[in-house]
Design a protein around this ligand. Structure first.
Ligand code: NAP
Ligand code: MG
Length: 480
């Protein structure tokens, strides 16, 4: 331990008011599930947090029926102004319970408290505020002559940003007048269940939002349910393909937000100090469990050695450990399965000939951890340059000319995001114009705002979330 080491500063869990077990949230109430319950654990300690109900096919059917009733009887009849009031109320309650939600998120997911507290939860509130403001303006926003809700939305979300992905899904759906059945990921159900308590507090009419916890099979039943009108999915490309097949030929509207393998391009005239911070934020934010992570660093050959040296120095200062500690930079990997995948792909990286460097940090004995890692000498054909690792692993490639940078950046089956670092505005615009990615950041990375649409090309999926565009995914007859 160096003399500069910080003293531990863990956030207290006393603010949590957790139950021993959680039911499904259907028709405004917590009810028992008929599947076999499972446990959610803290990935930092592997300790049990709570028992969680598992929704069977019949439970999913009950939830969809509740959402249908709420749609027909209440929500579709309510004015946009009144729907907006509920959304504003939810946003304010999220702010009121922000600290509790942040602690629960870090406990269940493993992400550092400074991220859940300063990024995830504030964005959740802003998403609800933003779409609350749209609810009474749908007729006047160029969304077509008579924009109408689709009906019941089935929504499936992953474990990397549990509450934020819930907000991205639920806020626009409700603003547009739909009702919802949402399935959280198996390893991170906790904040969705606290959110259900918030909905009760907000007096949201019963059945407008239903939350069915369970494994992949619960999600599979939900997307196949004949009375679901819209399917919204965020997760892996493999499951996304399966869902696309299940929905093909039905009346259901579909949006898919899948994986990514973003290029973060650093030109030799880039502001290097800022670029180093941007590279770190791009790939080590949320342990790299980010679909739009800047996992492929494309650095101009002339500054390669300097950038890599400075990155290693910077990574050596990152603090890995207790997600609830306010000084933690790198938290726990979300699950044993995800850790195994990161290890496997990293081993393949080494076997294929790339050079591996990991920060020399102490790894706790309990829990799932992976030290921040850089691979240099990566070739475009290597698995670590092509597959989504979804962990704190950066692959470094080089280029000589802008044309080569663009060709390498686009050489991926994905197309979710990209970053460009350069002092020259004209170069940023020219390169951005030729990158095939849904979101492109310039001299920054991993910035999110509810007014800005987000989504992919190619195997990263289709449809946009956020902004006015995000409403069109939940409306009939609306052009993006
Ligand atoms: P996943 O299997 O696609 O899981 C995403 C969600 O879909 C979870 O709620 C999951 O439930 C559910 N699900 C699983 N199988 C399903 C099925 N057949 N039909 C309907 N829903 C189903 O992703 P993952 O296992 O969490 O992660 C695997 C990889 O996906 C990662 O390594 C990463 O590459 C990618 N990923 C991408 C994103 C993103 O934001 N784009 C997010 C997470 C993961 P369970 O939790 O119960 O399995
Ligand atoms: Mg968990």
């Amino acid at each position: 331990m160096s003399f500069l080491e910080y003293a531990p500063a863990p956030e207290s869990t006393a603010i949590l008011n957790l139950k021993d077990s959680y039911g499904l949230f259907i028709d405004g109430e917590f009810v028992d599930g008929s599947g076999t319950p499972f446990h959610t654990i803290s990935p930092a300690t592997e300790k049990h947090i709570a028992e969680i109900a598992s929704a069977s096919d019949e439970d999913v059917d009950r939830a969809v029926a509740a959402a249908r009733r709420a749609y027909e009887k209440t929500w579709s009849k309510m004015s946009g102004r009144d729907r907006g009031k509920y959304l504003f109320r939810i946003a304010r309650l999220v702010q009121e319970r922000a600290r509790e939600l942040a602690v629960a998120e870090s406990l269940d997911n493993g992400k550092p408290i400074k991220e859940s507290r300063d990024v995830d939860v504030p964005l959740v509130a802003s998403w609800f505020f933003y779409y609350a403001g749209w609810a009474d303006k749908l007729d006047h926003a160029g969304l077509g002559a008579n924009p109408r809700a689709l009906g019941v939305a089935g929504q499936i979300i992953p474990w990397n940003f549990p509450l934020l992905m819930l907000a991205w899904k639920i806020a626009p759906a409700l603003a547009a007048g739909n009702t919802v059945v949402l399935k959280p990921a198996e390893t991170t159900p906790l904040t969705a269940l606290i959110f259900a308590e918030i909905l009760q507090q907000a007096d949201l009419p019963a059945g407008v939002v239903n939350i069915v916890t369970g494994a992949g099979a619960t999600g599979s039943t939900l997307v196949r349910h004949p009375d679901v009108d819209k399917v919204a999915f965020t997760g892996s490309t493999g499951v996304g393909r399966d869902i696309a097949r299940a929905v093909a030929g039905t009346h259901k509207k579909l949006t898919l937000e899948l994986g990514g393998k973003a290029a973060n391009i650093v030109f030799d005239d880039a502001p290097i100090d800022q670029a180093i911070e941007g590279i770190v934020n791009g790939i080590f934010f949320n342990q790299g469990h980010v679909c739009c992570a800047g996992s492929r660093l494309l650095v101009q050959e002339s500054i390669h050695d300097e950038v890599v040296d400075r990155l290693k120095t910077r990574l050596s200062t990152l603090r890995l450990g207790d997600p609830l500690d306010k000084n933690t930079d790198i938290g726990a990997i979300n699950s044993a399965a995800q850790l195994a995948r990161i290890r496997e792909l990293s081993d393949i990286g080494e076997a294929e000939g790339a050079e591996r460097w990991s920060a020399d940090c102490a790894i706790p004995e309990q829990g799932f951890w992976f030290a921040p890692t850089i691979f240099t000498g990566v070739e475009a054909s290597h698995r670590i340059a092509r597959d989504e690792v979804f962990g704190p692993v950066l692959s470094v490639l080089t280029f000589r000319t802008p044309a080569e940078a663009i060709a390498k950046a686009n050489n991926t089956p994905y197309g979710l995001s990209a970053g460009i670092w350069s002092d020259k505005g004209s170069r940023i615009l020219a390169v951005a114009d030729r990158l095939r990615a849904g979101v492109i950041w310039a001299n920054t990375f991993n910035r999110f705002d509810p007014s800005s649409p987000f989504g992919g090309y190619k195997e990263s999926g289709f449809g946009r979330e956020g902004g006015r565009q995000g409403l069109t995914a939940y409306l009939k007859g609306a052009a993006a």
